[in-house]
Write a protein that binds this ligand. Sequence first.
Ligand code: NI
Length: 270
Amino acid sequence: MSQQHHIDELFIRIWNDYLSITPSAEKVHALLAASDTAPKIVNDHIALRTLNFSHMGISVLSQHFEALGYTHGGDYDFGSKKLNAMHFEHPDGNHPKVFISELKVDELSDAVQTILHRISQSVTSEFMSESNCLYSGKCWQLTYNDYQNLLAESEYAAWFAAWGFRANHFTVSVNHLETLTELVEVNSLLKQHGFVLNTSGGEIKGSQDVCLAQSSTMADKMPVVFSDQTVDIPSCFYEFAQRYPLPNGELYQGFVAASADKIFESTNVN
Ligand code: NI
């Protein structure tokens, strides 16, 4: 099978896993497909979350994309959220970029570190060596009380502990739409149909000035089976990105840290 085929297959699996806990994304996808003449909805990027332990950090997740021809495209630092991130892109430009962040565990409290260390011990290198780890969810036990302890300190830590390895969001490329040519039109359509957008930092994060404008829905709430009870918590959201050309005329392909910082809040509980 061709590399193209392998890449498409991998993203279909990640997408199906994502839809299983993000029912609103399927509705938004259908709405955009019905409202736009573009032959298909193209993804700008997906985002994955992990912890910075050496056997499960960014470089461990990225190897599955690098094996398919992806290369490192940029580094990002989110100081206040205690996150590092990198993005990876494919040279042929038709495949979604992959944005992978990792929590700097050592910067959190001892109590939170203890929970995250325990999680990391359930993640084997063998498990991480297979590309299906990218849409495998969590392979560890977590009590609802531990979830709440994580949430009090880091929304990101709590989300990862509850949902595990899977796409945190998919992102529609507004540049590839034909009828809805501006992000503001996409946002209006979504609001008309009752979807709730993340307004942290404004409905649109970024602008033409930084060559990237983004918006997102607020995450769905879905049941998580904790080891002691099942509770509805925020799952995943859908994002929309419009890219603008650099002075050399090429579309900017990177990310804007200040905007992504606010996008992370799409999985906030309130
Ligand atoms: Ni994103």
